[in-house]
Design a protein around this ligand. Structure first.
Ligand code: HEC
Ligand code: HEC
Length: 440
C-alpha cells in the first residue's frame, strides 16, 4: 500500500482565516480626538489654525478627493464602464444590479450594494435589515447551519433559507452608513485604543482585534459593522459581495450554502465556477467607498448648539465621540496592506462614535466569530455613529426603535447613567437634545 506524499492539504476554511495571527500594530502614534465639540476644544487653548483640517462632507455624489470624479455618471453604462477608473465608475459598479449569469446567488439578500446603501445618496444607510440567528448551548454560541447570516432570497424556491426552531438566538441587523468610511479606515488602531483607555473601566469599550483578510492574517482593530467585525473596507466589501449577493471573490472564494447544504458550482443551483469576481468589482467597491464624503450636518440653530452641550454634560459623548483625527498620510494600516493617502490622512471627522463595542444591554447574543476569543462580543454592539442620524428613522442595530426617545430608553448597562441623566432633564432641555440629534 502506497503512502501519501507531502504534507496533508489544509483547507483554508473561513474559521481558520478569521483567526487573527499575532497582535495589531499601532499604526503610528495616536492622533488628536475630543469628546466635545470644536468650540470646547478652542476654549482649552487649542489653536484652530494648527488644528488638522476637517474631512469633506456632503450628500452630493462627489468624490472626497481620494479618487478622481471621472466621466459624467449619466454617460457610464455596462459597455463603457471601467471599474477601476474613477469614483463614478466605482459608483456604477456599486449600483449595478447583478444577475444569475453574473454570479448572483444561489442564496443572497439583494441584487446590488446600493439597494441597501442608498439614503440620501449611494453609499449611505437604508431601512433594509437582515436576519442573523444561532443558538447557545452550555454558554457557547453555535451559528445556524452554514453561518449566522440567514439569506432571505435564493435563485431557486427549494433553497431559500429558513430559521430552525432550535436557533433561538435571533436578531435583525439594519444596514449601516458607509459614507465617510474611508476616513474611518484611516483612523489608526492606536487612536482607537487611546480613546478606549480614556474611560473608566465601568464604561470602557472593547477594541476587538480581527484578521485583515487581504494581508498576511495579521490583525487590526475592527471598526466596521455592528460588531466591529472588520478592520478594512476590502475585507468588508469581499464579505458583503459573497454574503449579501452570493458572488464569490478572491477573499471569499467559497459559495454560501443553503442551511449547510452545498449549492455551489457543480450542483444544479450554480452555473459559474468560483471565484465569480476576479477581484475587480471588490476593488471598485473599495475605491468608491474610500472616496465618499462624510455625512454633512444639518442646520446648527441655537437649540441644536445647547442640545449638544446637554448631550455632553449628561455623558452621551463618552461613547458618541465628537471628533477623531485620521492617521498621517503615509502611515501603513490594515496589516501593511494599505497606506493612508493624502486625501484621507490627518483629517478631523465628527462621527459621534468611538467605533468600540459596548454592552448597553442591547447585545444580540451573536459574537464576531463563534470562537472563545470573541465570546465576550455576544453581548456588545458598536456605538452607533450618529453622523447622518437625521436620515434614519429605524434605529438601533435591529431597527426596532421608532423614535430618538425609544432609542435612548433602550440604553442600559454601560449607558444606564447617561440614560438616567437624560430622563432627569426638564422637557425643554430634552427637546434641545433631540434637536441636536436631529441635526446630525
Ligand atoms: C441586503 C442588504 C445589503 C446589501 C445588498 C449590502 N449590504 Fe453592506 N451592510 C448591510 C448591513 C445589514 C450591514 C451591517 C451588517 C452587520 O454589521 O452585521 C452592512 C454594512 C456594510 C459595511 C460596514 C459599514 C460600517 O461602517 O459599519 C460596509 C463597508 C458594507 N456594508 C459594504 C457593502 C458592499 C460593498 C456591498 C455590495 C457588495 C454591500 N455592503 C451590500 C446590508 C447590505
Ligand atoms: C456606554 C456607551 C454609550 C453611551 C454613554 C450612550 N450611547 Fe447611544 N449608543 C451606544 C450603542 C452601543 C448604540 C447601539 C446600540 C444598538 O444598536 O443596540 C447606541 C445607539 C444610539 C442611538 C441610535 C442610533 C442609530 O443610528 O440607530 C442613539 C440615537 C443614541 N445612541 C443616542 C444616545 C444618547 C442621546 C445618549 C445619552 C443619553 C447616548 N446615546 C449614550 C452607546 C452609548
Amino acid at each position: 500500500m502506497g503512502e501519501a506524499q507531502g504534507p496533508p492539504a489544509v483547507k483554508k476554511s473561513p474559521p481558520n482565516r478569521f483567526i487573527p495571527r499575532g497582535r495589531a500594530a499601532a499604526e503610528g502614534p495616536a492622533q488628536f480626538f475630543s469628546f466635545s465639540t470644536p468650540d470646547k476644544i478652542a476654549a482649552k487653548g487649542d489653536n484652530p489654525s494648527t488644528r488638522p483640517p476637517p474631512a469633506e462632507t456632503g450628500f452630493d455624489d462627489l468624490t472626497n478627493g481620494f479618487f478622481e470624479q471621472g466621466p459624467p455618471f449619466e454617460e457610464i453604462n455596462e459597455d463603457n464602464v471601467e471599474p477601476l477608473r474613477s469614483y463614478n465608475d466605482g459608483r456604477f459598479i456599486f449600483e449595478e444590479a447583478e444577475t444569475v449569469e453574473e454570479g448572483l446567488g444561489p442564496t443572497y439578500n439583494t441584487q446590488s450594494c446600493s439597494a441597501c446603501h442608498q439614503n440620501i445618496v449611494t453609499g449611505a444607510a437604508s431601512q433594509i435589515a437582515e436576519h442573523r440567528t444561532g443558538h447557545t448551548f452550555n454558554g457557547q454560541f453555535f451559528e445556524s447551519p452554514g453561518g449566522s447570516l440567514i439569506h432571505s432570497r435564493a435563485t431557486f424556491p427549494d433553497i431559500v433559507e429558513h430559521v430552525l426552531p432550535v436557533d433561538t438566538v435571533r436578531t435583525f441587523r439594519i444596514s449601516t452608513n458607509i459614507m465617510g468610511d474611508g476616513y474611518v479606515e484611516c483612523v489608526s488602531d492606536s487612536t482607537l485604543t487611546v480613546i478606549r483607555d480614556a474611560l473608566t473601566p465601568d464604561q470602557q469599550g472593547t477594541a476587538p482585534e480581527v484578521a485583515v483578510l487581504e494581508g498576511d492574517g495579521s490583525p487590526g482593530v475592527g471598526r466596521f459593522g455592528w460588531k466591529c467585525q472588520h478592520r478594512s473596507l476590502l475585507s468588508f466589501a469581499s464579505d458583503a459581495y459573497l454574503n449579501e449577493m452570493g458572488i464569490t471573490n478572491p477573499l471569499f472564494p467559497d459559495e454560501n450554502t443553503s442551511q449547510g447544504l452545498f449549492v455551489g458550482y457543480g450542483t444544479a443551483y450554480d452555473p459559474l465556477p468560483e471565484p465569480e469576481d476576479d477581484g475587480t468589482d471588490t476593488q471598485a467597491f473599495v475605491n468608491f467607498m474610500r472616496s465618499t464624503k462624510a455625512p454633512p450636518r444639518g442646520p446648527i440653530t441655537p437649540d441644536v448648539h445647547f442640545g449638544e452641550k446637554k448631550f455632553n454634560i449628561i455623558g452621551c459623548n463618552v461613547c458618541h465621540v465628537a471628533s477623531i483625527t485620521t492617521a498621517a498620510a503615509g502611515t501603513p494600516i490594515n496589516g501593511g496592506a494599505f497606506t493612508v493617502p493624502d486625501a484621507l490622512g490627518n483629517r478631523v471627522i465628527h462621527p459621534y462614535s468611538d467605533f468600540l463595542l459596548h454592552d448597553i444591554g442591547t447585545g444580540d447574543g451573536i459574537p464576531i466569530q463563534p470562537t472563545p476569543q470573541y465570546a465576550g462580543t455576544a453581548t456588545q454592539i458598536r456605538t452607533a455613529p450618529l453622523w447622518g442620524l437625521r436620515t434614519r428613522n429605524r434605529l438601533m442595530h435591529d431597527g426596532l426603535s421608532f423614535t430618538y426617545d425609544d432609542a435612548i430608553q433602550r440604553h442600559d448597562g454601560q449607558a444606564a447613567a447617561a440614560r438616567d441623566a437624560f430622563n432627569a432633564l426638564g422637557d425643554f432641555q430634552k427637546a434641545q437634545v433631540i434637536d441636536f440629534l436631529n441635526s446630525l
